[in-house]
Design a protein around this ligand. Structure first.
Ligand code: PEP
Ligand code: MG
Length: 757
């Protein structure tokens, strides 16, 4: 059964045209289950009905024409109930809807299963039989499993269909992702395809068969040469048997089967890339189904070989290409490094197929002030290159090849947004003080990218969070004490006489070091932040020494510990910091004018356990800073990076708001200074709530400082407190959002949370 299932899903996903794929599918299911009829209906939400798309058993004339309302007939019932319905004699069922054109008079038994993707019914799969009987449990289980697997394939196929016909007149297509950073961009798309990946290839037929064969032959020759060179290069470095893998690859390449099969597909009209993908996918499925574990493992070799061949087939789109004056970057996984590379070359916005609202790439996009959409899965990259797009970072909507009306509308919104930002810039250097006189400190989050954030003061009173990870990432080994000292000196000097909070190394989770790989099933719950540095005191001590040395003569350093979950970690870290401090004090031959000041030490409240340890923690350190990004992730048990659960990740969830409120009340009881440096601080609604909760200090990216100043300068503290007290009584995140959005609109601050003023 499993093999049949895999084959059906694979064959379905390999068909480029949805209609053809559906036709083939119903035919295959009908034979696999030996029934008299199999049909598939797809949902049309704009007309609130299902359309009979394919059937092997119902009248051919009805395909594409017969529609069944969402609340009509047995098909509608399956959709409404969102569960399988198994009926021995459908014709006697009260919901049976007689549609003469489908000619199903003889068909009695009926089994329908919904096809559901991300809670949305995409369609209904049915089987029918002349004999009046209930379908067996096995048949039902098969259909349910198949529907669940088909759901993603159908969603993908629909997305592919959307992208494939952009030249149709009056064409307007909209895709939805996760709003990653606010703002709007209207520009041409530039696709960055850093590595060849067969999974990203969408199938297409072409007319130039000879050219495709030539390209494929060239790719084989080039790939074989690559292997020979690679084997030669490393033959003196690794054992002989490890080189066998190159032999395996070469044999696969030489095997006439592989090339023959690919050439046969090319002759059938497929592009070389499509032919390669289909053949490799088929091999992979066959190998993955083999019992023998050694042979099963070969599936990954075949995938790898396929990707290498693809690399030699593809001309990387971005290489040697003139950058357009302005563009929106689209990539499978937009990284911080990409943003740094493209930032000054006309980058207007980003679209990342992976990641979520709190991935570090999204945080960085917000820091630079670039609109972004994250987690817009299921979109083939290449066909979108050079198409005009409108990216709405407030709503997460992406419009491809928009019509003139929509372009005009968004140009208007962009102009309004610019006007608002110009106004906002005027308060940049003014204090963050409410209309009724309550002042709050705004500080800067810096360090996420090498260089460009702390180079600007942005009207901040200091650095509230300097993430030290990046200088550790972009290298081949840990930076030396001297290298770190020089870098930290630059950061501390950028804010003379103002506090600079440097956080000790917080790698692990979604931030890894190329030279210190960590492979774990649950990286965010694993070896991360302080857990790593306490296990490696040599790394921790080196970093703290560098920070202390850098602070000589400046005395504005504060040190912060990430990912603290218990008291012992704090005690251990403090002991090491003291050790570094005393060793340095004696080691350095300081003249009387320069003293080594012991920095204030704080910790991040981002693991929920610390909320219940505030008293003990407050007696040990000088300040707390709430990391609301991680606190949200750990309180709600939602991976901040996973697009599939992005709708659950919400810092306005009542549990998070109440936790933040408790932290503030408890901290003031223990008289410990409290700040918040997560993304919530840089959001208008978040800043209002935190101000009302009593947070003394908010730390945010440079782009947000002026915006939040504007918000704070346009509200009364008393009004903020009323808003908070109401928000704390609400029981769902949606209620909180609706309420806060309404309040922002009433305050005339709606332009910060949606397009237009
Ligand atoms: C946080 O978790 O809120 C935080 C500020 O740190 P990071 O985003 O680097 O984990
Ligand atoms: Mg954190």
């Amino acid at each position: 059964m499993l093999t049949i299932l895999r084959r059906l899903v694979l064959e379905f996903s390999q068909e480029p045209e949805l209609e053809q794929a559906l036709r083939h599918l119903v035919n295959q299911i009908k034979h696999a289950l030996s029934t008299d009829c199999c049909s598939i209906y797809l949902a049309d939400y704009s007309n609130q009905h299902f359309v009979l798309m394919a059937s092997d058993g119902l009248a051919t004339n009805s395909l594409g024409h017969t529609v069944i309302g969402f609340s009509e007939g047995l098909v509608g019932l399956v959709g409404q109930r969102e569960e399988p319905i198994n009926i021995a004699n459908a014709q006697n069922h009260p919901h049976f809807l007689h549609a003469p054109e489908v000619e199903e008079e003889e068909l009695k038994a009926f089994l329908g299963t919904p096809i559901i993707h991300q809670r949305k019914v995409l369609g209904i799969l049915t089987i029918q039989q002349k004999e009046a009987r209930f379908f067996t449990e096995n048949e039902e289980a098969f259909l349910v499993t198949l529907s669940a697997q088909l759901a993603t394939a159908i969603a993908n196929a629909e997305a592919r269909g959307i992208i494939r016909h952009p030249q149709d007149s009056g064409w307007l297509k909209q895709l939805n992702g996760i709003p990653g950073a606010p703002g709007i961009a209207q520009s041409e798309i530039l696709v960055s395809q850093p590595k060849a990946d067969l999974r990203t290839i969408s199938l297409e037929k072409v007319t130039d068969k000879a050219e495709q064969t030539r390209r494929f032959d060239q790719a084989i020759i080039k790939t074989r040469k690559d292997f020979e060179e690679l084997a030669l290069k490393i033959s003196d470095k690794i054992a002989d048997d490890s080189l066998d893998i190159f032999e395996v690859y070469k044999q696969l390449l030489d095997s006439s089967h592989l090339a023959e099969e690919i050439n046969a597909k090319i002759n059938f009209g497929w592009s070389a890339e499509s032919a390669l993908k289909q053949v490799v996918d088929t091999y992979v499925v066959q190998f993955e189904a083999i019992e023998d574990s050694y042979l099963r493992e070969r599936a990954s070799d075949i995938k790898d070989l396929g990707n290498r061949l693809l690399m030699n087939l593809q001309q990387p789109i971005t290489v040697a290409k003139q950058f357009p004056d302005e563009f929106i970057l689209l990539a499978e996984d937009v990284t911080a490094a990409m943003l740094a590379e493209y930032q000054h070359k006309g980058l207007k916005g980003i679209i990342s197929l992976t990641g979520s609202n709190n991935s570090h790439a999204a945080i960085l996009a917000r820091a630079i002030g670039l609109p972004a959409i994250m987690g817009i899965e299921r979109v083939p990259l290449a066909p979108l290159n050079q198409h005009l797009a409108i990216l709405d970072g407030y709503s997460g909507e992406l419009f491809i090849d928009p019509n003139d009306n929509l372009k005009r509308e968004y140009q208007h919104l962009i102009a309004e947004e610019h006007a608002l930002m110009d106004k906002v810039q005027q308060v940049k250097e003014l204090p963050a003080i409410t209309k009724d006189g309550k002042a709050i400190e705004l500080h800067l989050n810096a360090g996420l990218s090498s260089g460009f954030e702390h180079s600007q003061h942005a009207g901040a009173m200091g650095i509230g969070l300097y993430r030290t990870e990046i200088p550790f990432m972009d290298r081949n080994c840990f930076p030396s004490e001297h290298e770190q000292t020089v870098l930290y000196q630059q950061v501390l000097s950028a804010f003379p006489n103002k506090p600079v909070i440097m956080r000790t190394l917080d790698v692990g989770g979604d931030k890894s070091l190329p030279y210190f790989p960590i492979s774990e099933d649950n990286p965010f719950l694993g070896w991360r932040g302080i857990r790593i540095t306490l296990d490696h005191p040599e790394i921790f001590l080196l970093q703290v020494r560098a920070m202390l040395k850098a602070s000589l003569g400046k005395n504005n350093l504060e040190i912060m510990l990430p990912m603290i979950s218990g008291i012992t970690e704090v005690d251990d870290a403090l002991r090491l910091i003291n050790q570094a401090y005393y060793e340095l004090s004696t080691e350095l031959n300081l003249d009387e004018m320069v003293t080594l000041t012991r920095p204030r030490i704080g910790l991040m409240i981002e693991v929920p356990s610390t909320i219940f340890l505030l008293k003990e923690l407050a007696s040990r350190v000088d300040f707390f800073s709430v990391g609301s990004n991680d606190l949200t992730q750990y309180l709600l048990a939602v991976d901040r990076n996973n697009a599939r659960v992005a709708n659950l990740y919400d810092s306005y969830h009542p549990a998070v708001l109440r936790a933040l409120h408790t932290i503030s009340q408890e901290s003031s009881k223990y008289l410990i200074p409290l700040s918040l440096c997560g993304e919530l601080a840089g959001e208008p609604a978040g800043a209002i709530l935190l101000l009302a909760m009593g947070y003394d200090k908010l730390s945010m990216n440079p782009h947000n400082i002026a915006r939040i100043k504007w918000v704070i300068r346009h509200i009364d503290f008393q009004r903020a407190k009323v808003i908070l007290s109401h928000a704390l009584k609400l029981s769902t995140a949606k209620q909180v959002h609706d309420y806060l959005n309404e309040q922002l609109e009433n305050l005339g601050l709606g332009g910060f949370i949606r397009a237009g003023i």
